[in-house]
Design a binder for this molecule. Structure first.
Ligand code: GUN
Ligand code: ZN
Length: 438
């Protein structure tokens, strides 16, 4: 094993939801200016002040110097499609046309193992370059797209959730499965990958229009028998989509009612978007302990609408943060925060940097029930760490020099930061990305 290591430098980690105030709620933040993270065999053995930890360290321990950087828990992306990497930024369509014109033809290519391997590796390279160490990932309906993704994540020692898309209607032949075939393939993939190393399986019905009632029902059956599995799908993203669901499922009281009917709404369920919801729908989701993945760059890119974050909060509904690439325009968690802030401004509900970085780390970990492993820098956590460089570019340096406190520094990072701001990424106690200066 890689044994012991110390990462020394400023560090920030959340202990709890910091609230919506300008300052974080008392006791919600861990901040050390001369901090240290002691890593042992892929886990965090201790976190604290460097000077306090020094006496307890082994003599031969290697110290990595991050004294002018900022360490945080690795970022988490609660909803992303690895298979859409190559159709990001495809011009000029809203959801349903975008799916038919760009997404479905691209996803057909993942019947080929070589293509899936190539994209899975490129996707993971990109994620690590932006400091994302865990994601909940849509593959395609082809089992090989899942096998290749999990194999690539396993080789890199990453904690990842992923699953095979279930879709047995309203899509090209090259993408549709059948109700029984989709379930059989999912069960085989669960048995091969779920709980292996740091991998977990997410049941993945694409969205109500592309699954028959029989397929949704069978998916609910798996979940009932294996409640430790995750589930993710899409919900109330676009008005055309919502009207189509109402036509296809006239007996259900609303879009969410479809997923409820088939037993798909539970504490490990993630519903991407959830833009056009009523407050009773938010209350029903909250009562089930589910979470909505707020995907701001995607919602803006596809013209889907403005997500009402505070209405969810009022309902006690968990909101996670997600890129939703390829509908999203950026894999970077920093870009997601920037867009989330801008959406919030339009609704008169600006999001503080405290709230933003909490959501990207511990908040997402909690929403995905992974907080016993990731999301914070604390003894016993997996050593998944992002090292930000507040001086990564001349412009950022100028701005950082003008900040007066940590809150201002974090806000400048979330608005001006990008992949260049990620100096290094550690996963499972190993440095898996190191920025090189061009
Ligand atoms: N709804 C159903 N499939 C998709 C998808 O691939 N992306 C987005 N943004 N919404 C969807
Ligand atoms: Zn999506």
């Amino acid at each position: 094993m890689n044994n012991h290591r110390i990462l020394r430098g400023p560090l920030v980690s959340f202990l709890n939801d910091p609230g919506e105030g300008d300052a974080p709620d008392a006791g919600s933040l861990l901040h050390r200016e001369d901090g240290a993270i002691w890593i042992e065999d892929g886990r965090i053995r201790a976190v604290g002040d460097y000077q306090t930890l020094v006496p307890s360290l082994p003599n031969d321990i290697g110290v990595v110097d991050y004294t002018d950087k900022l360490m945080m828990p690795g970022f988490i992306d609660s909803h992303v499609h690895y298979v859409q990497l190559d159709i990001m930024a495809s011009y000029g369509r809203q959801l349903l046309d975008w799916l038919n014109d760009y997404t479905f033809p691209e996803e057909c290519r993942f019947a080929e193992r070589v293509h899936a391997e190539n994209v899975a590796e490129a996707f993971l390279d990109e994620q690590l370059r932006v400091g994302t160490t865990t994601a909940q990932v849509f593959c395609t309906s082809h089992p090989v797209s899942v096998d290749t993704f999990f194999a690539a994540a396993k080789r890199r020692g990453l904690r990842m959730l992923a699953g095979k898309v279930l879709m047995d209607r309203h899509a090209p032949d090259g993408l549709t499965d059948t109700a029984e075939g989709g379930i059989r393939d999912s069960e085989r993939l669960i048995s091969d990958w779920h709980g292996k190393d740091r991998l977990g399986y997410t049941l993945t019905p694409r969205f109500a229009p592309t699954s028959t009632p029989a397929q949704l029902d069978a998916t609910g059956g798996i979940l009932r028998n294996a409640p430790d599995l995750h589930l993710q799908t899409h919900l109330s993203e676009n008005q055309g989509e919502i009207a189509w669901v109402a036509e296809l499922f006239p007996d259900c009281k609303d879009y969410l009612g479809v997923y409820e009917r088939y037993g798909l709404v539970g504490p490990r369920s993630t519903f991407a978007h959830g833009i056009h919801l009523t407050q009773p729908m938010r209350n029903r989701l909250a009562a089930a302990g589910a979470n909505i993945a707020f995907c701001p760059t995607s919602n803006l890119f596809l013209g889907s609408g403005l997500f009402d974050r505070l209405a969810c909060r009022d309902a006690g509904l968990n909101t996670s943060l997600a890129s939703d690439v390829g509908g999203g325009t950026d894999l970077s968690g920093l870009a997601t925060l920037k867009a989330a802030y801008q959406v919030g401004q339009l609704l008169d509900q600006p999001m503080t940097a405290w709230q933003g970085f909490y959501r990207l780390t511990l908040g997402n970990a909690r929403a995905l029930h992974l907080d016993s492993h990731i999301g914070s820098l604390r003894e016993g956590s997996d050593a998944d760490i992002v090292v930000l460089d507040p001086y990564a570019t001349p412009l950022l340096s100028r701005r950082i020099e003008r900040t007066r406190n940590l809150g201002e520094r974090l806000f400048a990072l979330m608005m001006l930061g990008d992949d260049r701001t990620v100096h290094a990424t550690w996963a499972n106690g190993t440095c898996v990305h190191q920025r090189t200066l061009e």
